[in-house]
Design a binder for this molecule. Structure first.
Ligand code: GLC
Length: 444
């Protein structure tokens, strides 16, 4: 009897907390996708909607307090006749990116895809009348690029997005409805996204934070039930390989397959909503950032990041073991700004030469800092020196034996020591690259 009681107690203590965390068991297809995702390292984020007409970002409805009936005029003259998915996907390939994540529906509530759940969509409510997502999905398939769908949980247009959240409070004409009907609507739309476009890369949720009160320092708990169990369950059932991520800025919720970070490298918190370090788990990571200062097209945004800044972001992300999802906001005609196309090209050029040190790598053994980060593939460590002024690099001692230390591009050998003083590399008289000098370290 005592033995049995012990056994029961033991299993409550040991298995109890585990059983909850282990409730979601990813399928083998899903695990394969995670591996692919981590190897891919670089993707394009696209924020595109009817808001692009106003050239003031994707939050314009909220920021300018545009009423529902005023905003609903936008689709009636949204006609992106220059939209060319072949051009987009070719641009993505040339940039060295492996996937695209596009907004299927943003907070304004307008669906950029063909949906039966509401006629507030690109096919039924615009003169353009075509499903841009379908056209993109077809081209992605042709060119071997994976497609993910961004999907907003928050909605400024629908009555049944009720209770309303923290945002959109100044938007006139918002009605009241039933939360359960909103959940039904979302489930219907997500089902469409998973059944109308062939195999997809995954779903990227956003807006969870709208239902959390902000007390000036931190968010409280979500006020509503998002029914994640059912929604995530449906996604995994319809497309087991599809990866789920949610931009909720908190730790992983059961059913999610990767963890994402917005405008902050994993563990950093310059934005104020960075995910705390202790909530970062072992799932694949992805950090998203804008190419200028805006997600959606913003006519007067002049904060275009330099090629160096963008390449550094990609390298740093990899050094943190994370993908980099770089955003562009196409113009209302369907074109992407020339300066952004030029930056993407420049990154692609850099990747042709140095991609081996980024793709298929995992984070390296050295803690990232201002001056350098490291990536690793098998027994090769790539040390990316981002500060061209450095002459001597000093790091913690490597536990494994070091076979050789070379400059990745020229293959020139460098002097090093790996002993109780640490792992130290002498860059010699080499003129360092203003963007990145890569040191290739072969270990046993
Ligand atoms: C924020 C914004 C949203 C944008 C997203 C991208 O959550 O609300 O506009 O889509 O970040 O990460």
């Amino acid at each position: 009897m005592r033995k049995i009681i012990f056994k029961i107690l033991f299993s409550i203590i040991l298995i109890g907390p585990y059983s909850k965390a282990q409730k979601y068991v990813p399928s083998s297809e899903n695990l394969e996708s995670r591996e692919w995702f981590q190897n891919a390292r670089f993707g394009l984020f696209v924020h595109w909607g009817v808001y692009s007409i106003l050239g003031d970002g994707e939050w314009v409805m909220n920021n300018q307090n545009i009423s529902i009936s005023e905003y609903e005029k936008l689709p009636t003259f949204f006609n992106p006749i220059d939209y060319d998915p072949v051009e987009w996907v070719s641009m993505v390939k040339e940039a060295g990116m492996k996937y695209i994540t596009i907004t299927s529906r943003h907070h304004d509530g307008f669906s950029m895809f063909d949906t039966k759940m509401s006629d507030y969509n690109i096919v039924q409510s615009t003169p353009y009348g075509k499903d841009i997502i379908k056209l993109l999905a077809e081209e992605c398939r042709k060119q071997g690029i994976k497609l993910f769908f961004y999907y907003s949980l928050l909605d400024w247009n629908r009555d049944d997005y009720f209770p309303r959240g923290r945002t959109g409070k100044g938007i006139a004409e918002r009605g009241k409805g039933k939360w359960e009907s909103y959940i039904k609507f979302m489930k219907g739309q997500i089902r469409e996204l998973l059944t109308q476009y062939g195999e997809i890369g995954g779903i990227w949720f956003d807006g969870h934070w709208d239902q959390k009160e902000w007390d000036g320092t931190k968010f409280g708990d979500s006020k509503v039930d998002w029914h994640y169990d059912e929604i995530y369950g449906m996604i995994h059932e319809l497309q087991p390989q599809a990866l789920i991520g949610n931009n909720h800025h908190i730790g992983v919720i059961s059913g999610e397959d990767f963890q994402m970070f917005e405008k902050d490298l994993p563990g950093e918190n310059t934005t104020g909503y960075g995910t705390p370090e202790d909530q970062i788990g072992s799932l694949p990571l992805e950090v998203c950032e804008t190419i200028n200062g805006s997600w959606g097209f913003n006519l007067q945004d002049r904060k275009h990041k330099s090629n160096k800044e963008l390449i550094h972001y990609l390298i740093r992300a990899a050094g943190y073991g994370s993908n980099f999802l770089l955003n562009v906001g196409p113009m209302p005609n369907g074109k992407i700004q020339l300066e952004h196309k030029a930056s993407l090209k420049a990154i692609g050029k850099w990747l042709v030469k140095n991609g081996n040190t980024i793709y298929e790598t995992r984070k390296g053994p050295f803690t990232p800092n201002e001056n350098f980060v490291s990536t690793q593939k098998g027994n090769i460590i790539y040390l990316h020196v981002l500060n061209p002024e450095l002459k001597i690099l000093q790091m913690n001692k490597l536990p494994s034996q070091v076979k050789s230390v070379k400059i990745f591009n020229s293959k020139e050998s460098l002097n090093f020591r790996n002993d109780r003083y640490g792992f130290i590399v002498d860059m010699g008289n080499n003129q360092l690259d203003p963007i990145d000098t890569i040191v290739e370290i072969q270990i046993k």
